[in-house]
Design a protein. Structure first.
Length: 173
């Protein structure tokens, strides 16, 4: 089970009134004139990127790509996805100097198909954000990020690397 801290606020437009509570479901308010909004902050162990409502978790445990993907899903997220320059910047800041010094390599979300990279949702990965160091050996169809060089590289999915999970938190009504 994924755990986090939940904050709820309720607003009554007719009364111009608000209620705010921690770990409060909002179901306690049965009057239909109240709207309940849930603010889900990052789950335990995740770090907020402070900009895009993304929660990130670096897992310093070398596993295969399928294992990393499954673990992220179990924790309520997905492997980190570099779909914008801003997200690439978040990744390099998140791993930081320690990642560079220790030559950290992490699995990130992408699969190569006919020489092009695609995310889990089928959209194409932009090819101008993360420099690609592809050897293009047969079977190297998964992507890893190498902090030391700030580049992406293809690799076999049965190799072992650390991984980064992410999920988007937001207001829910």
């Amino acid at each position: 089970m994924v755990q986090g801290k939940y904050f709820v606020f309720c607003y009554n437009r007719e009364q111009h009134a608000c209620l705010c509570c921690v770990d409060f479901s909002g179901n306690e308010i049965t009057d239909p004139s109240w709207n309940t909004y849930e603010i889900t902050l990052c789950y335990t162990g995740y770090k907020d990127d402070n900009e895009d409502k993304n929660c990130l978790k670096y897992v310093p445990e070398a596993v295969t790509f399928p294992e990393a993907e499954a673990r992220c899903q179990e924790m309520g997220g997905a492997l980190f996805k570099i779909d914008f320059q801003h997200k690439f910047d978040i990744l390099t800041d998140f791993i930081g100097p320690i990642g560079i010094t220790n030559d950290v390599q992490t699995w990130i979300q992408a699969m190569k198909n006919s020489g092009d990279w695609f995310f889990d949702d089928g959209t194409a990965m932009p090819n101008d954000i993360c420099f690609m160091d592809n050897t293009n050996y047969s079977g190297e169809n998964r992507l890893r990020f190498r902090a030391k060089d700030s580049e992406c590289a293809d690799h076999y999915e049965n190799e072992h690397h650390d991984f980064i999970c992410e999920y988007h938190h937001s207001f829910k009504q």
